[in-house]
Design a protein around this ligand. Structure first.
Ligand code: BES
Ligand code: ZN
Length: 626
């Protein structure tokens, strides 16, 4: 205990002294000490109890000893109940170990420090931890039957990124520690467990009558990609290596919506090298899933709000699939380096969408992104407008912005404009090969970029330009911005309508795609007369749209202009959808007026119990602030 306290004090003073300079590659969001030990393999045996909202069982960690003298193994935990810990001298010889759980930090959770005996000085050792989760685990959501598609059974899903794996598994919760894993999951009969791994033995669609599911992930992945879903799930094949898991009420619609996934994989392989993960399936989650998607390897987790019926929101699938290269193969070493995951992925997503759906759609999607980033940059402090954001002392969930995504992608697009598309695609292909199954920093990337791209054509870019992209706030003046002819036509129509030259029914909207609608609505800034909104609503039944993105843009306008007829829809929207991107801005818009704030608080009181912990963490500070 003494040395543990000393180590804590040491690390505290280290942080204080280095307050001004970030140590590249140092993970400020984990207590683990990868320079002493590294977890190599995780074997889970967990039982899911919906009555108790608990996962309970054991985690066996196979650990490589890096420091021959280290006697203390430190793991990350958050709100776990640790029962007992053993050193597994052999499979049958378990030696109980003493351990202490440190003070719980609201952001990081609590370090679990395990005392190892002197004999455990082998280069590799195994530790068994018997534990259970708590109902409030930040990385788990136990969804009640009423909030699922079928409304007959509960649903459990995990969300480990960024630092929530520690709330359901004791481990080194850092993206620079990669491990293989295996798991046995026990679920109630009739329910199915799925993981970011291959199911052993059977075909992916097989239901186990005994409720025992076994998994194996033979490729080393960071902890934030470990994922589990449990529900009354069906499976539909959509291609030779693709399929969807969803509740029966959704599974056919989902299979139809995402039937082009194999085409996306092929487009991606052509550009960036083979898909290395075997199968690529999708899991459709309940609408309370706080994200659009999550790139859990072999099994992306997907919000049901993108099942629009017309495949208009499938860019999300291209995005999660692209992470199979940028993120899952080559991983950010720390959360400061998130743009290496997300910026590259948005760029790859664009290349996939271009190949599968063509230029007109891709142009529109890039334009929508540009509008989003411009609006967000206007609200962010300069220090949060840089690619590698300083996250020391901050929760990655609270600093979630579009900067690493869209500015990151614009940086790669700009490189492509200077070096040529083909050259950039080749550069990325080689980069994924070179760093496959490694975790790297912004600085690692920069030296690779210099050695493998910039030096090839020394006059193509200036060092000062690269510096500006990497370290300056905002977007450089020379950024290459997208353009959409289709949106120009939408803009012209909007102006005519606002000026009274045409009525709503005369808008050329019959053939508008989701993208054109969203652009039409998002540019209706400022005050719009109620009569105009009513006219639009009468012509196109916008309030009743089944498209979650169009509804979002419309509801934001409705709030801004106090358009009463949309309020019932607003309430049902906010009480059924928990995707943070779609609800946070609506609450923010409501909070701008006293009447809106009262409405927000009333709706939130009703909706909050059903939101995911990641969403309530964000929304509490918006809606419940005084
Ligand atoms: N990996 C992210 C989600 C994420 C990032 C969770 C950081 C926690 C911390 C996922 O790939 C993602 O970016 N989802 C977006 C998709 C969109 C950009 C197409 C989302 O959920 O909106
Ligand atoms: Zn992403």
């Amino acid at each position: 205990m003494k040395t543990f306290v000393a180590a804590l004090l040491l690390s505290a003073s280290f942080t204080a002294h280095s307050a001004d300079s970030i140590v590249s590659g140092r993970d400020y969001h984990s207590y683990a000490e990868p320079s002493a030990f590294r977890v190599k393999h995780l074997d889970l045996d967990l039982q899911a109890s919906f009555e108790e909202k608990r996962l309970s069982g054991v985690a066996d960690l196979t650990i490589a000893r890096i420091d021959p003298l280290a006697r203390k193994l430190v793991l990350d935990t958050r709100d776990l109940t640790i029962r007992r810990i053993w050193w597994m001298r052999s499979a049958t010889d378990l030696v109980p170990l003493r351990f202490t759980i440190g003070v719980r930090d609201p952001m990081l959770g609590a370090p679990l420090a395990i005392d190892l005996p002197a004999e455990a000085s082998t280069p590799e050792l195994e530790v068994r931890i018997s534990y259970q989760t708590r109902p409030e685990a930040s990385g788990l959501q136990w969804v009640a039957p009423a909030l699922t598609a079928n409304k007959t059974d509960p649903f459990l899903f995990t969300q480990s990124q960024a630092i929530h794996a520690r709330s359901w598994i004791p481990l080194q919760d850092s993206p620079q520690v990669r491990m293989t894993y295996s798991a046995t999951i026990h679920v109630p009969p009739g329910m199915r467990a799925v993981m970011s791994a291959q199911s052993t033995g059977d075909d992916p669609g097989a239901l186990q009558p005994n409720g025992i599911y076994k998994f194996d992930m033979p490729q080393a992945i960071p902890s934030y990609l470990i994922a589990l879903g449990v529900g009354r799930l069906e499976f539909r094949t959509t291609g030779p290596r693709t399929g969807v898991f969803a509740e029966s009420a959704l599974v056919d619609a989902a299979a139809k919506e995402f039937a082009e996934t194999e085409q996306m994989i092929q487009a991606s392989e052509k550009l960036f090298g083979p898909y290395r993960w075997g199968r690529y399936d999708l899991l459709i989650l309940p609408p309370s899933f706080p994200f659009g998607g999550m790139e859990n390897p072999r099994l992306s987790f997907i919000t049901p709000t993108v099942i629009a019926g017309d495949r208009s929101l499938t860019a999300l699938i291209a995005h999660e699939l692209a992470h199979s290269w940028s993120g899952n193969l080559v991983t950010n070493a720390t959360w400061r380096d998130l743009w290496l995951n997300e910026g590259f992925t948005v760029f790859l997503q664009g290349r996939i969408m271009l190949a599968v759906y063509g230029k007109q759609r891709e142009d529109m999607e890039e334009m929508l992104d540009l509008t989003t980033i411009r609006k967000e940059l206007a609200t962010l402090p300069p220090s949060d407008q840089v690619l590698a954001i300083d996250l020391r002392g901050r929760d990655p969930d609270d600093v979630f912005t579009q900067v690493p995504y869209i500015k990151g992608a614009l940086f790669i697009s700009w490189l492509a404009s200077r070096f040529g598309d083909a050259q950039i695609d080749k550069f990325l292909h080689d980069y994924f090969d070179k760093f496959a199954f490694q975790s790297i920093t912004t600085e690692d990337f920069r030296s690779y970029l210099e050695a493998n791209l910039l030096s090839q054509k020394p006059d193509a870019v200036k060092a000062a330009e690269i510096d500006e992209w990497m370290t300056a706030p905002g977007l450089p003046k020379y950024a290459v911005l997208p353009h959409s002819d289709a949106f120009e036509r939408v803009d012209a129509a909007r102006l005519d309508w606002l000026a009274g030259k045409i009525t709503a029914v005369q808008l050329p909207a019959k053939d508008w795609t989701t993208h054109e609608w969203v652009h039409f609505l998002d540019a209706l800034s400022g005050k719009v007369p109620t009569a105009k909104l009513a006219e639009l609503d009468a012509a196109f039944a916008v309030t009743a749209t089944g498209n979650s993105e169009i509804a979002f843009s419309w509801l934001r306008i409705a709030i801004r202009n106090d358009y009463q007829p949309a309020y019932p829809r607003l309430e049902s929207y906010l009480t059924t959808i928990g995707r943070r991107k779609l609800i946070k801005p609506l609450y923010e818009e409501l909070m701008k007026t006293p009447a809106g704030a009262a409405r927000a608080r009333a709706i939130y009181a009703q909706a909050r119990p059903n939101y995911h912990p990641i969403a309530t963490a964000t929304l509490d500070s918006i809606v419940l602030k005084r």
